[in-house]
Write a protein that binds this ligand. Structure first.
Ligand code: SAM
Ligand code: ZN
Ligand code: ZN
Length: 412
């Protein structure tokens, strides 16, 4: 599967310094080339990098199109009307005021998805719902307070189930990572902060995500509003400085990046952004060209060849990533469909011990993986299935087989 759709649209990675690239409220547009007929040269156009549905963002411009002054002003006005109502700094000072209030005065407007201060209550009086008595515990779990933005063609905010989140965290802590760059993984970031509050050696986490609602809960040293399709930091220089400082492995604190992009996202621009992140990591740590930043990229298994095209050193691990609020991508133990989402990584697969209590088995050589899955039969009887998968066959066949074997048995 490629990034070309049926009428063949290819993404062209624009030159970083090209100031003529049009912008929408999601930052610089991406350049696409549409080819209807192989014999003819394609026509290039700019469109929004973040939204795949024109209803969500209607930026469109032919590459060679001249934009009138009037249209350009209208676009600027539209962009600023779609910007967050507050700057990150303003959100942070609102948060400080908010936590200093007695709990009975702490309200969250569900309609506006905003923590509101007493002087603003009147403006929200007619809104659909208000959460009152917002406790410190609730503020520590923004992913529960906020409604997930589950629009498939833009945010696709599907949150890790606790078991997947804890598995990732435990494995990576076991491998000695102390700094987590969470790109589009707000639940993991939240989980890290909760672990820190429980004690133990502190883990650092920086969340990069396009969802500005997180500015309400996390300071500028913990959250940067970022677009992973064009490697754009909304707070530009200020955020880039935080980002670079975070990547610096001062005192030997090892950094890893974990990303879980929207499933329909185009692989090419994502890979370009992740390469740029990796380049920055290399430059701040004086690493040689041959050393790679440790990365885990969570994505459906059928993108394996696409991801490997850009990151040949990556391998796909058999772990099935599960989501709390996705209708299909749930854990097999409930008898639902199996999640097709896997981990792609440049970590050594042998170092990533898949959890035995979830039915994963690996022999000492890593040659054979036994995936033992518990499913419920039609009559509610629980049966144990053992799927032995030989590593000698090619990775694509191996992983598809693992999925289809279990899925086929599930439907019996
Ligand atoms: C599939 S969800 C992953 C959430 C993750 N499973 C978790 O529980 O932490 C995709 C995440 O990427 C974010 N996102 C969507 N589009 C983005 C973009 N263009 N740039 C950066 N983040 C984006 C969403 O807001 C969401 O948090
Ligand atoms: Zn846009
Ligand atoms: Zn409101």
């Amino acid at each position: 599967m490629g990034d070309a759709t049926s009428d063949s649209i290819e993404v062209i990675i624009p030159n970083e310094n090209d100031k003529t690239v049009p912008r929408c409220s999601h930052g610089p547009a991406l350049l696409f080339e549409r080819t209807r007929n192989v014999a003819q040269k394609g026509r290039r156009f700019y469109a929004c990098s973040a939204c795949r549905d024109r209803k969500d963002c209607n930026l469109f411009q032919w590459e060679d199109e001249k934009i009138s002054e009037v249209r350009s002003l209208a676009r600027e006005a539209q962009n600023s009307s779609k910007s967050p109502p507050f700057t990150h700094q303003e959100y942070s000072s609102r948060f400080l005021k908010f936590v200093s209030l007695p709990v009975e005065q702490r309200r969250f407007c569900v309609d506006c998805q905003l923590l509101i201060l007493p002087g603003e209550w009147m403006n929200h009086a007619k809104h659909r719902a208000l959460s009152e008595n917002v406790s410190v515990q609730m503020l520590k779990r923004p992913s529960l307070l906020l409604s997930p933005l589950d629009n498939k063609k833009s945010n696709a905010q599907y949150l890790f189930a606790d078991r997947s989140c804890n598995f990732l965290l435990d494995v990576l802590l076991g491998l000695g990572f102390q700094k987590f760059l969470c790109v589009g993984t707000p639940r993991l970031h939240e989980r890290i902060k909760l672990r820190n509050a429980e004690g133990g050696s502190p883990i650092k986490s920086l969340l990069l995500d396009i969802d500005y609602r997180f500015c309400q809960f996390y300071g500028q040293d913990e959250f940067c509003r970022y677009n992973m399709f064009n490697h754009y930091f909304f707070d530009e220089q200020e955020a880039v400085t935080e980002f670079k400082a975070f990547l610096c492995e001062e005192g030997g604190a090892k950094v890893i990046m974990i990303t879980d992009p929207p499933f329909g996202g185009l692989v090419k621009p994502l890979a370009n952004s992740f390469s740029q992140i990796s380049q920055t990591w290399k430059s701040v740590n004086d690493e040689s060209e041959h050393v790679e930043m440790p990365i885990i990229w969570t994505f459906p298994y059928f993108f394996e060849s696409r991801i490997l095209e850009y990151f040949p050193s990556f391998s796909m691990l058999d772990y099935q990533v599960d989501y709390e609020n996705h209708p299909l991508y749930k854990h097999g133990m409930t008898g639902r469909k199996q999640s097709p989402v896997r981990l792609f990584t440049n970590l050594s697969p042998k170092g990533v011990q898949l959890p035995a209590d979830e039915g994963y088995r690996t022999d000492v050589n890593g040659d054979i993986v036994m995936n033992v899955v518990t499913v419920s039969s039609h009559h509610g009887v629980t049966v144990r299935l053992v799927v032995a998968v030989l590593f000698l066959i090619t990775p694509v066949v191996r992983n598809k087989q693992a999925v289809s074997t279990v899925a086929a048995t599930n439907t019996k």
